[in-house]
Design a protein around this ligand. Structure first.
Ligand code: ZN
Length: 403
């Protein structure tokens, strides 16, 4: 079917209603506990409309009244908070050496975090089976808690197009895989939406919502797994690019004569500052954690070879971060994955490169920090993406009432 639009269409009544419900829901998320009068005063919606919208959100069990009242001049007001209990959002990450799952409630409270090992080189079918198995367990747990699943988003390290098809995940050896469709089949059409996205994109959403720099409008997340990718948030929004392939900073060439990269080229950032470069070998997935711990032990003991390797990887990483800072001027670049424990040794070189290579003074104000969300950032970001879609008006449950 071909559809065409001839410019902006007038928003119909249902659209306005959904938009206003989302406005009220976001206000409660950010300001709870708050009263209906607070919502009216801050959003510009009139009090009758706010009452109707709040009643709708209560019907949908997204918002609930608390016994709290606010002491101020005039009548005490019934306060509103998000209702965390009836819903759950699920995020899953599949990566070279693990599958992890996170569930959060509507208020963003963590309900569970599970992780199991996974072996890259497994086929797409085996990958889908591994994700399906962990999701089934999460869904069963949530059902026991009588929670409705708002949705599932799966993070994959690779190029994921805007339709959610994994076009290329080089470190998993996957190409043109409809993970979402396969997963829906494996879960026997579970009745909630399944989305698939790039791991760095989802981790950036997790940082924006839950991280130490939550709320930053201009933030870049850099994955430090076997691959290095960037999730880019500019002006408050995730920037995917035309087909969804933005952020492949890992394959920006730093040195034409540099080491071979998994992508078939030479001297990519990933080959010079990815985990393989840090460890000076291409470890098998099962070895990575042990090798990182050994590297940390040697660094703490002041082993000169290890310190030199980490400094060299930090310099390459700093060159990559400088490219991001010159192009995008982020407030903060968050280093994730295996970069987190290594950050004390990587950051001095990164910061020096940033000072040398960014045209704007002080690196354009760019801070480089280690993530506080750890290895679960992308899975948590999957859950964040589901909450984002609720916040932007895809509300579960209930029927919109006529105001
Ligand atoms: Zn490459």
């Amino acid at each position: 079917m071909i559809t065409s639009t001839t410019g902006p269409q007038p928003a119909d009544f249902a659209d306005v209603r959904a938009t206003n419900l989302a406005v009220v829901l976001r206000f409660v998320r950010e300001h709870a506990p708050c009263s209906r009068a607070d919502i009216a005063a801050s959003t510009g919606l009139n009090k009758a409309t706010v009452s109707s919208l709040v009643a709708d959100l209560i019907d949908r069990r997204l918002v609930r009244e608390t016994g709290l009242t606010e002491n101020r001049v005039g009548r005490p007001a019934t306060m509103l908070v998000l209702d965390g209990s009836p819903y759950a959002a699920i995020g899953v990450e599949i990566n070279v050496d693990f599958v992890s799952a996170v569930a959060v409630d509507l208020a963003g409270e963590r309900l569970l975090t599970w992780r199991r090992s996974f072996s890259a080189g497994d086929s797409v079918n085996q990958g889908v089976a591994a994700v399906g198995a962990i999701v089934r367990r999460v869904v069963n747990r949530m059902a026991k808690e009588e929670r409705q699943i708002l949705g599932l988003a799966v993070a994959v390290p690779g190029l994921v197009d805007v339709q959610g098809t994994v076009r290329l995940a080089p470190n998993l050896g996957w190409r043109d895989a409809d993970i979402g469709g396969d997963l829906a089949k494996a879960l026997r059409d579970p009745g909630f939406p399944i989305q698939v996205d790039n791991d760095a994109n989802l981790a950036a959403l997790a940082e924006q919502r839950f991280g130490a720099h939550a709320g930053a409008a201009d933030l870049v997340y850099l994955t430090g797994e076997v691959g290095v990718g960037a999730g880019i948030i500019l002006d408050g929004r995730l920037r995917r690019g035309g087909l969804g392939y933005s952020g492949e900073i890992g394959h920006v060439q730093l040195d034409p004569d540099g080491p071979a990269c998994h992508c078939g080229r030479r001297g990519c950032l990933e080959a010079m500052a990815g985990i393989g470069a840090v460890l000076r070998k291409d470890p098998s997935p099962a070895e990575i954690q042990v090798e990182i711990e050994e590297s940390l032990r040697l660094a703490r003991a002041g082993d000169p070879g290890t310190l030199a390797t980490l400094e060299s990887a930090g310099r390459s990483l700093g060159r990559g971060v400088s490219i991001l800072a010159n192009l995008l001027n982020p407030e903060v670049v968050v280093l994730g994955g295996y970069y987190v424990p290594l950050a004390p040794w990587l950051l001095p070189a990164v910061e020096e490169e940033l000072r040398d290579r960014v045209v704007a003074a002080e690196g354009g104000g760019c801070q480089v920090v280690a993530s506080t969300l750890g290895h679960d950032a992308a899975a948590l970001g999957g859950a964040a993406r589901i909450l984002d879609s609720v916040d932007s008006g895809r509300l579960p449950g209930g029927l919109a009432r006529i105001p």
